[in-house]
Design a binder for this molecule. Structure first.
Ligand code: SF4
Length: 355
């Protein structure tokens, strides 16, 4: 048995089915199992923009599960703070999928949460994620403006309530993400590496890789994925911590990889990675939520900046009297700030253009 299975091509549904068959997932299933599928629908944008999981991959999973005799299936997800999961389900093709295959859609924002102790933290996790017998994590491999990379480990953030997502940012993201993964352990990970955005979590700059990966160890998959898009695993704080917590091992020369249809492998380029590091020099950040930070990065990318002071953003500035520019309600103590929680990139652009 291999550690990582990879398939290349453009027929995503068939590729996924083929991967599951190759890894003999059916041998781990029972007909009475309750299965949860956790895609990445962080924003309400179609998958070809590089942010969200392709519904064709989830369709391949559902077809495989049904052919294996398992029928109690749900798709669970919660969009990021400030976005509607229902809208994301609809716009990303999941409402249609749920109707076609008679599977349930669960918005984790509306679910009850249970408290779990992990690594010195108490973490609230949505009930639907902990109550399934077999959780299939289906993240997108892409860049993230705060953590560098997002893939298997970080995708589980969609399984916690919005209030907890905000709190994760106040705790610096890395430790709580690693701790969450110590208490919520999906049985299987199928990574959408078809056209992930290498800079922006919310997409807009997709980079074609036409690749789907399957594995059981999220640390292994994330460390491999990080290297594929130009990062060292140790550069990603939560990944380093997850390895130290014993949640998996890093990819190395002993990792056994099985590749299918390698003739379909396209050339990937990493030229977008530098965009976030180039723009982050204009930001003074303290515990900013992802949606807020991404709006600011997106806005900075759209305006020409010559010399501006650093813009403050994040929950760490809440209630403080501050000089200069701020973004988001938390920075209302600044001389000038953009309203919203999270604020809109268009409003930030307007402020920047008026400076
Ligand atoms: S203003 Fe921004 S950083 Fe503050 S709570 Fe809202 S989204 Fe988070």
């Amino acid at each position: 048995m291999a550690d990582i299975y990879i398939n290349y091509g453009t027929n995503l549904q068939e590729m996924t089915y083929e991967l599951m068959r190759e890894a003999d997932i059916a041998s781990k299933l029972r007909p009475d199992m309750k299965i949860g599928i956790k895609p990445n629908l962080v924003v309400s944008r179609p998958a070809d923009e590089g942010a969200t999981t392709h519904p064709e991959i989830v369709e391949g999973i559902i077809r495989y599960l049904k052919d294996a005799g398992v029928h109690d299936i749900c798709i669970l997800e919660g969009a990021w703070v400030g976005d509607s999961t229902e809208q994301a389900f609809r716009n990303c093709g999941y409402t249609r999928l749920a109707e076609k295959y008679n599977v349930r859609l669960i918005d984790t924002k509306r679910d009850n949460a249970v408290a779990k102790e992990s690594k010195g933290l108490t973490i609230k996790v949505c009930e639907c994620a902990v109550s399934v017998d077999y959780l299939i994590n289906v993240p997108v491999l892409k860049g993230h403006c705060q953590t560098g990379v997002t893939c298997c480990l970080k995708n589980l953030k969609g399984c916690i309530p919005d209030s907890e997502k905000r709190r994760f940012h106040t705790l610096g993201l890395h430790k709580p993400i690693a701790a969450l993964n110590a208490v919520l352990r999906p049985s299987l990970h199928i990574v959408d590496s078809v056209c992930g955005d290498l800079s922006f979590e919310e997409g807009g700059h997709p980079v074609t890789a036409n690749r789907i990966m399957l594995g059981f160890d999220p640390v292994l998959l994330d460390s491999y994925g990080a290297q594929l898009i130009g990062y060292k695993p140790d550069d990603i704080g939560y990944l380093r911590m997850a390895k130290d917590y014993g949640l998996g091992k890093y990819f190395d020369e002993d990792t056994k990889i099985v590749e299918l249809n390698t003739k379909n492998r396209p050339v990937v380029n990493n030229k977008h990675i530098s965009a976030v590091s180039r723009l982050s020099k204009y930001i003074e950040e303290d515990s900013a939520c992802s949606a807020c930070y991404a709006s600011l990065i997106y806005a900075l990318d759209k305006v020409s900046l010559i010399k501006i002071e650093k813009i403050k953003i994040g929950q760490g500035f809440k209630g403080k009297k501050l000089n200069g520019l701020g973004v988001g309600q938390c920075t209302s103590g600044c001389d000038k700030f953009v309203k919203g929680c999270p604020p809109k990139a268009s409003d930030i652009i307007e402020m920047l253009e008026n400076i």
